[in-house]
Design a protein around this ligand. Structure first.
Ligand code: TRP
Length: 334
């Protein structure tokens, strides 16, 4: 990795696959990011097991996610895209950071509270210490910037606190990371509840369009999307459903809102929805083809998985060695 570029670290759960919202919202920025920053994209399978997973499904989803990210435009040679469990330094630093994190801090985490009420039969210690593992993910790479949504902000704050605490005790060891707010992409909302964001973990599948949804499924979901009754295709806060479809249309085609409104001026919702559906299908078609091509290329994907884990491991090792030395672990005998 070039030393003059800032480091961006991002972690994603392999518990859900990419949606149209992710694709239109975030992924468009990646081609730019990958030239300006050193980016690590970690598929956080170790975080995923804090709630019970089906093993075969976890394995498949991890691989699917990796393939989909590449198909969407993440260049696996410019970015380090890898599985968390393949780089044991995450677990090692995670343990160490547990010893520099207070129970009280972890107790305050709203995600822990939410997840433990949702999974009341499995409030395991991993769920509790989830944020220290996340801190390790970030701090291992001397990360400058972390793109996080609102729901992860508190974890990033804690990461900064832990890093600062460690640095105060032992001297400069970790870079203190900042949140990264990139160019805002399109904000795509749930199709059935257009006032909330489209989310890959949504249980109502009619709310989301998955990257790999078949054309007929896409057309159908858009046809069933919630609208309103005034039958005018116009962007307005009072018309969240139609506004969302307009956003989807514009992000998929490159038209501006004004152009789209003009195009559909005297058109009913039915025909409008057909046009939106067709635009989405056409936009996703090449990505879906790329996914299918990558899926056939097992050796290529395996090589990426291996090489990128090695790259990440080498970087992580630098930090971990420094940490070991600072806290008084004995050097390994060579
Ligand atoms: N906790 C994040 C989420 O659920 C995923 C994650 C794990 C992460 N480690 C990270 C995100 C490090 C950013 C940086 O979305």
């Amino acid at each position: 990795m070039a030393d003059d570029k800032k480091i961006i670290f991002s972690g994603m759960q392999p518990s859900g696959l990419i949606t149209l919202g992710n694709y239109l919202g975030a992924l468009n920025n990646w081609t730019k990011l990958q030239d300006d920053y050193n980016c690590l994209y970690c598929i956080v399978d170790m975080h995923a097991i804090t709630v019970r997973q089906d093993p075969a499904k976890l394995r498949k989803q991890s691989r699917d996610l990796l393939i989909q990210y590449i198909a969407c435009g993440l260049d696996p040679e410019k970015n380090i895209i890898y599985y968390q469990s393949h780089v044991p330094q995450h677990a090692e630093l995670g343990w160490i950071l547990n010893c520099y994190t207070y129970m009280g801090e972890l107790n305050r985490m709203t995600q822990f509270k939410e997840k433990s009420s949702k999974h009341a039969d499995n409030i395991n210690a991993g769920l509790f210490t989830y944020p220290t593992l996340m801190a390790a993910d970030i701090l291992l790479y001397q990360t400058d910037l972390v793109p996080v949504g609102e729901d992860q902000r508190q974890h990033l704050e804690l990461t900064r606190d832990i890093a600062g605490r460690f640095n105060t005790i032992y001297g400069d060891t970790f870079k203190i990371p900042e949140g990264y707010i990139g160019k805002v992409g399109a904000r795509i909302m749930a199709l059935q509840e257009p006032t909330k964001k489209m989310s890959k973990s949504d249980e109502n599948k009619n709310n989301t369009i998955a990257l790999m949804d078949e054309p007929a499924v896409i057309m159908n979901k858009i046809k069933r999307a919630v609208t309103d009754s005034d039958n005018q295709v116009r962007f307005s806060e009072e018309k969240p459903g139609i506004s969302n479809l307009l956003n989807i249309y514009c992000a998929s085609t490159g038209y501006t809102l004004a152009e789209a409104e003009k195009e559909f001026e005297n058109v009913g919702y039915g025909a409008f929805k057909t046009a939106v559906g067709e635009a989405v299908v056409a936009n996703l078609e090449p990505v879906q083809a790329k996914v299918r091509e990558l899926e056939k290329n097992k050796d290529y994907i395996d090589t990426i998985i291996k090489v990128n884990a090695e790259k990440a491991g080498r970087l992580a090792d630098r930090t971990l060695r420094k940490v070991h030395k600072k806290i008084g672990f004995s050097a390994r005998i060579k």
